[in-house]
Design a protein around this ligand. Structure first.
Ligand code: HEC
Ligand code: HEC
Length: 256
């Protein structure tokens, strides 16, 4: 396993290494410009203030292509505290490039966690098996994660863990079914056709309902998965992401 380095530069990718060397602080280059023009609002790590926007982690609220970001810098974002920033376009472009590189190294950084420790967190402190199964072991209320590394990037996995509501894939839809004579039941929807609705409930039971026996099937927009932000440390989260990112279904791999 990769050992963990403490300090400002715990990056492994080449671009990021170059960046580290650079971030020593030439005021005419991306990092220096970013510091001079953006950190007052967005914080030193790019994760403070500024509307809570994680600028250096590639997590944007708005569509943020390079030209979009360039536009925000040059024109501001109407109706928000983000005013236009007075600077030549060439400098603004350097900042955009810097933001991109930092976002990449953030993701590269994620997979330098320790998968073994991640497994321990997943099965222990994280309580993930209460809802998820991996290779046949665990519960099924949440989606099976045996192939999560094959279908989702580390960044997406991380986002699912710290911000479960950000995106719920259609195949992971959580519903509340309301039986005509009984209490509402929350579950992950498996199949539905014109006659039946099938769910796995929070007690790992597979339940099938005839449609006429239900008064309602509500799709829940909020994930029942608790965010781990604040519960797990950032190191523990990186470890879990590393563990999950490495899970790939061999059969699927082979058939590719
Ligand atoms: C005066 C404070 C201020 C300064 C200076 C500032 N920003 Fe912002 N910025 C904000 C705020 C506040 C938001 C959030 C707007 C909102 O969504 O409400 C924001 C949003 C953004 C967004 C959109 C992110 C998203 O996900 O929607 C980008 C990109 C951005 N800023 C880049 C920059 C860059 C690059 C600089 C430096 C050149 C900079 N900002 C300087 C206050 C500032
Ligand atoms: C209370 C039940 C519950 C717990 C506990 C839980 N999850 Fe989830 N998780 C879900 C459900 C339901 C979904 C599907 C809806 C969604 O995407 O939020 C999900 C989705 C996910 C996804 C996205 C899956 C995909 O297909 O993209 C990941 C990754 C994930 N969980 C990881 C974890 C990890 C790691 C833990 C432990 C730290 C955990 N979960 C704990 C219920 C749970």
């Amino acid at each position: 396993m990769t050992s963990r380095v403490s300090g400002a530069c715990l990056f492994i990718s080449l671009t990021a290494a170059a960046l580290c060397a650079q971030s020593a602080g030439n005021p005419a280059e991306g990092p220096g410009l970013f510091r001079a023009k953006c950190v007052a609002c967005h914080g030193v790590q790019g994760n403070g203030g500024g509307g809570g926007v994680d600028l250096l982690q590639g997590k944007f609220k708005r569509p943020s292509s390079d030209s979009d970001i360039l536009g925000y810098i040059r024109n501001g974002i109407p109706g928000t505290a983000m005013d236009k920033v007075d600077m030549p376009e060439s400098e603004a472009r350097k900042i955009v490039e810097y933001i991109r590189l930092r976002a990449q190294s953030h993701y590269a950084n994620e997979v330098t966690g320790d998968a073994f420790r991640g497994k321990t967190v997943f099965e222990g402190k994280g309580g993930c098996r209460r809802c998820h199964s991996i290779k046949g072991s665990g519960s099924h209320f949440g989606p099976d994660l045996s192939d999560i590394g094959g279908s989702r990037s580390p960044a997406e996995i991380e986002r699912s863990i710290v911000d479960p509501d950000a995106e719920i894939l259609p195949q992971n839809r959580i519903v509340e079914v309301v039986p005509r004579n009984g209490k509402p039941i929350v579950g992950r929807q498996l199949n539905q056709d014109s006659f039946t609705v099938q769910i796995v409930d929070t007690n790992d039971r597979l339940l099938t309902f005839e449609r006429p026996s239900l008064t309602e099937v509500k799709i829940l927009m909020k994930s029942p998965m608790p965010s781990q932000k604040g519960t797990l440390s950032s190191v523990e989260i990186a470890d879990v992401v590393t563990y999950l990112a490495a899970l790939k279904d061999r059969q699927r791999e082979a058939s590719r």
